[in-house]
Design a protein around this ligand. Structure first.
Ligand SMILES: NC(=O)c1ccc[n+]([C@@H]2O[C@H](COP(=O)([O-])OP(=O)(O)OC[C@H]3O[C@@H](n4cnc5c(N)ncnc54)[C@H](O)[C@@H]3O)[C@@H](O)[C@H]2O)c1
Length: 255
């Protein structure tokens, strides 16, 4: 593929994006920004307010579909709905995720399995299903997987979460390599603590204050800051970037 330039205002006009976990938190901020930048957005989320969330963002160019990304039938049906309404898929963001934290020696099979099933297998299945469609379409594509600083550094009580997110980084590279021939770019974002529902729950109180002090820039992040990176990755400005992991952590992992 040749270099055809890029929109310097980072518009992604008429691109069709699926955002999993987009009813709240980071996924919601990404859905809002993508919609503002001209994309047609389909939000897949377990929450039953997903349809209202999509309407609040943009009644015409955004659709919400209640979908469990650990359920194959749900995913197939939701992807078909997107194709019926928008005709194609150009961008996939895997944002649906959970953090079930416990001591490594005590963590239950249930916590372990739920984490791997959603964070890793759910993300892979979405990549596989949407990647196949992008290959058939023949017009390339962008896939962005939400990893975490926990994929790179050790955090207390994060064993299942860390394993799932380190898996995301391996998977991202493998897919980027295999699908480069189809011009499908696959990248990851690894944030530090982001002040969403999930982030606040996992990092409240003294634990959070201590963690903040250890971050060179001295603060946690905001969903909008992750959305900005997700826009950069979805835009044509990063058409030479694939298999990369963008770390957004206030310098936490450079120490
Ligand atoms: N918040 C942080 O501190 C932080 C830091 C690093 C990475 N991340 C990652 O970013 C992603 C988003 O995190 P967030 O903080 O916005 O979380 P969040 O809890 O605010 O949002 C996650 C969304 O995923 C949805 N979801 C959960 N299970 C689902 C399923 N089976 N199918 C479909 N949707 C489902 C939830 O309903 C929710 O709307 C996650 O992958 C998380 O691991 C978050």
């Amino acid at each position: 593929m040749a270099f055809h330039g890029y929109d310097k205002n980072f518009n992604i006009n008429d691109k069709v994006a699926i955002v999993t976990g987009g009813a709240s938190g980071i996924g919601r901020a990404i859905s809002e920004l993508y919609s503002e930048k001209g994309a047609k957005v389909a939000i897949f989320d377990l929450k039953d307010n997903v349809i209202d969330a999509a309407k609040e963002i943009h009644a015409e160019n955004t659709m919400g579909i209640q979908c469990d990304v650990t359920n194959n039938e749900n995913m197939d049906k939701a992807i078909q709905e997107v194709r019926n309404r928008f005709g194609q898929i150009d961008i996939l963001i895997n944002c649906a995720g959970i953090a079930l934290l416990d001591d490594a020696e005590n963590i239950s099979d249930n916590y372990w399995q739920k984490t791997i099933d959603l964070n890793l297998t759910g993300s892979f299945k979405m990549c596989q299903k949407v990647g196949k469609i992008m290959i058939e379409q023949g017009t390339g594509g962008k896939i962005i997987n939400m990893a975490s600083q926990a994929a790179i550094i050790a955090l207390d009580n994060h064993v299942a979460y860390a394993a799932s997110k380190a898996g995301i980084l391996g998977m991202t590279k493998a897919l980027a390599y295999e699908w480069a021939q189809f011009d499908i770019k696959v990248n990851a974002i690894s944030p530090t603590v982001i002040l969403t529902e999930l982030g606040q729950k996992a990092w409240s109180g003294k634990k959070g204050e201590k963690a903040k002090q250890e971050i060179p820039l001295g603060r946690f992040g905001y969903p909008e800051e992750v959305a900005a990176v997700a826009l950069f990755l979805a835009s044509d400005a990063t058409n030479l970037m694939t298999g990369e992991n963008i770390v957004l952590d206030g310098g936490n992992t450079i120490k």
